[in-house]
Design a protein. Structure first.
Ligand SMILES: Nc1ncnc2c1ncn2[C@@H]1O[C@H](COP(=O)(O)OP(=O)(O)OP(=O)(O)O)[C@@H](O)[C@H]1O
Length: 314
């Protein structure tokens, strides 16, 4: 990765509040054009990190570069190149959606078309509604509209879909996918694993102010390489095999069941660790001792409730 490919570069970031080490030596690199998700439990240090990157909080130590500048000292020109959707909604006063979005457009040198932005966040029907009369989820969409009105190169989204109904979340995911296709870099924090899985090119899991895992959602914590569990029913009991070669196992079972002759393997399932299994083991919330354990991201414990699957019935 050359320097021009890097949108955000963070080395050894530290921030304490009193004796609480909220960010404790965090390293992060976001490539230009990618959607990068930061996942972590409450209090892991996500918002503190993101607000330092946005230039809204001071840091105690570490190097930070955002679009080639240090947010602690960067000026207005830099700020117009980033978009920010903070965790807490802004105070939206008496203005209508349309007035507010047009007003914010005036702060940027090359804003997007306000009507297009209102349409993109799904608020066309509400353009003439006063913001204070909107629902929580609709206000959040106004936040997103204000985050993208300046046509940013880099967009920060701190838990953007909290309070959205499922339909609004889907629409928002489409919006982010569209921004990505247009070349916008997106750094988002989320508690929703499906959101990270759906949107992110790469995911960083943060725990106690440090990155404990980094990778594409499908590979996180070695997920792609993990063993699968093949489960089926035989003689009225559930059988399970943990294997690197589930296809071979299924083929063998199929042979036994005489699939060629139209037989079926009763209750056949192939289970793999979900992103949630991996995530919970990484943050130590799976009861297995977490990332510090010898078998850190063991994970399959949660795959459909298989538990400690052992080779049986063979
Ligand atoms: N202004 C502050 N003063 C004192 N402590 C703070 C302040 N902001 C955050 N903290 C503490 O720092 C730690 C990290 O908080 P932060 O908000 O960065 O976490 P987070 O990962 O964003 O959590 P959440 O998912 O709940 O938003 C927490 O223990 C929090 O209580």
């Amino acid at each position: 990765m050359t320097l021009t490919d890097v949108a955000v570069d963070v080395r050894g970031l530290r921030k304490s509040y009193g004796d609480k080490h909220a960010v404790d030596g965090l390293d992060l690199r976001v490539r230009r054009g990618e959607v990068f998700a930061v996942l972590g439990p409450n209090g892991a240090g996500k918002t503190t990190t993101v607000e330092i990157l946005e230039g809204f909080r001071d840091r105690d130590a570490g190097q930070v570069s955002v679009l080639g500048e240090d947010p602690a000292t960067a000026g207005r020109a830099w700020r117009s190149r980033i978009g920010v959707v903070m965790q807490d909604s802004r105070d939206l006063s008496e203005a209508t959606v349309g007035e507010l979005v047009r007003h914010f457009a005036g702060y940027y040198p090359a804003p997007r078309d306000p009507d297009e932005v209102i349409e993109a966040v799904g608020l066309r029907d509400k353009a003439r509604t006063r913001c204070r009369r909107l629902s929580g989820g609709q206000r959040r969409r106004v936040d997103v509209a204000l985050g993208i009105i300046g046509d940013p190169e880099l967009l920060f989204l701190d838990e953007p879909t909290t309070g959205f109904d499922p339909q609004a979340r889907r629409a928002f995911w489409e919006l982010v996918a569209g921004l990505r296709r247009g070349g916008t870099t997106v750094l988002l924090t989320t508690h929703y694993l499906d959101e990270a899985e759906q949107l992110a090119d790469r995911v960083a899991v943060v725990r106690d102010g440090q990155v404990v895992a980094l990778g594409a959602p499908a590979d996180l914590g070695g997920r792609a390489a993990r063993q699968a569990v093949v489960r089926w029913t035989q003689d009225g009991t559930t059988r399970e095999v943990r294997t690197d070669h589930p296809t071979r196992t299924v083929a063998e079972l199929a042979g036994l069941a005489g699939v060629a002759a139209g037989g079926e393997v009763p209750g056949l399932q192939v289970l793999r660790a979900s992103l949630e299994d991996v995530y919970l083991s990484l943050i130590g919330a799976d009861g297995l001792g977490g990332a510090d354990g010898p078998d850190g991201a063991d994970g399959l414990g949660g795959a459909g409730g298989v538990g400690a699957a052992e080779e049986q019935g063979r």
